[in-house]
Design a protein around this ligand. Structure first.
Ligand code: UDP
Ligand code: MG
Length: 319
């Protein structure tokens, strides 16, 4: 069985067509499937629609979270409740075309554990989104030991083996793409064109994208933290050299008074450098603080429909 995972935050407009499309594609392909909808604390009619769908169709499971936990946590909840031999996380807005799933399944049957869907073209996204995403992937891969494939989102097929491996990682700062990449396994990629949203609007504004990017960097790349050793060393070395030069010059040419401008520049430069360094420390320390509290990644209010976990408490989630 294939589990389609769909985290939703205020997607009442998109849900019915999503459900229709997925059901049509999967029935045509003759594949047994379930859809795991996670309601990530929506404040519109999303939950009512989900529950109505679950009542009509035994293949639909609804996991209702106690509030909005963010997409990465909602996706984790969906992974934990999936019962399939393989899972496919998808956005509710049909930006990830369900028509690609049969091809993914075929590659999975060929023996791949992970089938990535690479968006070669993203006409559905704005220029700002595409270029900031490009910059982010480049920076992340430069700094991180875990390399994430460019232009691959959460839309992919993963074997049960991968789901169980990923499910064992319970860190609070979750960047699922990084976690999936960290797990490894045998992967291949197929390409598709990312369409425009079918309905509703994007839930990610610039500040949320910035937060996601910072979370991703801080949970996978310790280098911004450790590079200060080298920046510090380089700066001290340079100032030591400059100091020696001043001593020699004073000895040779005698004392001179001017130097106010260069002094001020240096003071400002080092002030900025130190603040930047402290800021980066703060980014990491703040996340370590959150991590050390070991709170659950999400809380379930109720599960509707057949699921392996029917109560709100989840042993693994309580670690
Ligand atoms: N989403 C979520 N919780 C959030 C924000 C988003 O579950 O706090 C879901 C959203 O409903 C959608 C998916 O994550 O199914 C991707 O969001 P969106 O399509 O807005 O992102 P974009 O495609 O614009 O990057
Ligand atoms: Mg989308």
């Amino acid at each position: 069985m294939i589990s389609i995972l769909c985290p939703c935050y205020n997607e009442e407009e998109a849900l019915p067509s999503f459900r229709r499309e997925v059901t049509r594609v999967m029935e045509e392909a003759g594949e047994p499937f379930e859809i795991v909808f996670v309601n990530d604390g929506s404040d519109d009619g999303t939950l009512d629609i989900m529950r109505a769908l679950a009542q009509q169709d035994q293949r639909i499971v609804v996991v209702d979270l106690s509030r909005n936990f963010g997409k990465e946590a909602a996706l984790t909840a969906a992974l934990d409740h999936a019962r399939g031999d393989a899972v496919v996380p998808m956005d509710a807005d049909l930006q990830d075309p369900p028509a690609l799933i049969p091809e993914m399944i075929a590659r999975w049957r060929d023996g791949y554990d992970v089938v990535l869907a690479r968006r070669d073209d993203r006409p559905g996204d704005t220029y700002a989104k595409r270029s900031s995403a490009g910059l982010f992937y480049w920076l992340f891969n430069k700094f991180s030991q875990t390399k994430i494939p460019e232009n691959v989102g959460d839309f992919r097929l993963m074997d049960r083996r991968v789901v169980d491996a990923v499910g064992a990682l319970r860190e609070r700062n979750r960047f699922m793409r990084g976690i999936f990449a960290w797990a490894g396994f045998k992967a291949c990629a197929i390409s598709f064109e990312r369409e425009r949203r079918s309905a509703g609007e994007t839930k990610f504004n610039a500040s949320m994208m910035w937060r996601t990017a910072m979370d991703a960097m801080a949970s996978f790349c310790p280098r911004p933290l450790t590079m200060w050793l080298y920046i510090g060393a380089a700066v001290s070395l340079a100032s030591f050299g400059y100091g020696a030069y001043i001593v020699v010059r004073t000895l040779v040419l005698g004392r001179d008074v001017p130097g106010y401008a260069s002094l001020l520049c240096l003071v400002l430069f080092f002030g900025g450098l130190q603040t930047l360094g402290i800021g980066i420390l703060g980014e990491y320390l703040g996340r370590t603080y959150v991590e050390s509290k070991r709170r659950p990644i999400y809380l379930v209010r109720e599960v509707y429909g057949p699921s392996k976990k029917n109560s709100g408490t989840d042993a693994r989630n309580e670690i």
